[in-house]
Design a protein around this ligand. Structure first.
Ligand SMILES: *Cc1c(COP(=O)(O)O)cnc(C)c1O
Length: 311
């Protein structure tokens, strides 16, 4: 399988300015969101070696799990269509019609959507559930929720290779911390890596990252940290401060952020910069991990917040 459709030359570094901060260190976004219209961002790197592994072992179907707005579901559906796998998405919760934009895209890409209750969903990685999957769907290549496994780390470890300049910090948003772990592994002790948890109570992410990095590299790397203060109330939770920040950032830089991941990361960088947590001469690179597809599902929520503001 060749990843001809993926254009890594589009992953340029783009200098950005922060709204309302007079002087701040140089900040660049690595535009991973531009490498492909449908599987882009970190999700391509997380999937790359999973797809190669599935192909090598003659699997014709990928099966994965996710919530109704999941960027991971979107990416697996796109990958299946582009690289020639059938796909099955096990979706948490009940079916709601009409489908939201994420699930409509998945369905249009040929993904078979199976809905399971939240309590069943919690058991998705148990032996029982996996044998049920095998009985029902046969021999399918299973990618975990969020796409984080050792093969995902291997792909993300290649992200720093795209950066041909010197810098001090590499930043990313964290959902499962698979991406943070992969880039940390790839940097092999160099630079400082900062993750921004998009989950409330994301303390477990530190332990996950610790284990993922140790298992993958056989080393205790400690040049990374995860900030826990920029989740805005939890996964996919937003408020006016975040929305206004994202809008100002977009006006200033002509780069759209998504409210679930990159918006929160960039707000975190903005907050650290205005509190002078970085030295003036330091250089920061942040991953634009994509995720803009999720904006469509958040439109009403954002419009609601802005309407309250204007009342
Ligand atoms: C999935 C996702 C992340 C989180 O990646 P993890 O490896 O789960 O930490 C970050 N940004 C975007 C846009 C994503 O879709």
């Amino acid at each position: 399988m060749l990843f001809n459709d993926i254009d890594l030359s589009k992953a340029k570094l783009q200098k950005v300015n922060l709204p309302n901060v007079q002087t701040h260190p140089e900040i660049f976004l690595l535009r991973l969101d531009l490498i492909h219209p449908q599987i882009h961002g970190n999700k391509f790197f997380k999937m790359k070696y999973n797809l190669l592994e599935a192909e090598k072992n003659n699997f014709d179907t990928l099966l994965t799990f996710g919530g109704a707005y999941s960027n991971h579901i979107h990416a697996v559906a796109a990958a299946g269509k582009i690289f020639g796998f059938k796909t099955i998405g096990i979706i948490r919760g009940e079916e709601h019609l009409p489908l939201n934009p994420t699930l409509q895209f998945a369905a249009d890409s040929g993904m078979k959507l199976i809905y399971i209750s939240r309590s069943e969903y919690r058991k998705k990685h148990t032996e029982d559930f996996l044998s049920y999957i095998k009985d029902r769907f046969g021999n399918v290549f299973i990618i975990p929720e969020g796409g984080t496994n050792a093969l995902a780390l291997k792909g993300c470890a290649e992200i720093p290779d795209l950066i041909k300049t010197d810098y001090d910090y590499l930043c990313t948003a964290c959902g499962t911390a698979g991406t943070l772990s992969g880039i940390t592994a790839g940097l092999n002790g160099n630079k400082k890596i900062i993750g921004f948890s998009v989950l409330k109570g994301g303390g477990f992410l530190k332990e996950s990252a610790e284990n993922l990095i140790l298992n993958f590299t056989q080393k205790h790397l400690s040049n990374w940290s995860i900030k826990m203060d920029y989740h805005f109330g939890g996964y996919a939770k937003i408020n006016l401060e975040l929305v206004n920040f994202m809008n100002e950032f977009e006006k200033l830089n002509d780069i759209a952020l998504d409210p679930v991941y990159t918006g929160k990361m960039m707000f975190g960088i903005f907050d650290l910069a205005r509190k002078n947590s970085f030295e003036k001469n330091e250089k920061i690179i942040a991953l634009h991990t994509g995720g803009l597809q999720g904006l469509a599902g958040m439109k009403d929520k954002i419009a609601g917040l802005l309407k309250i503001q204007s009342c």
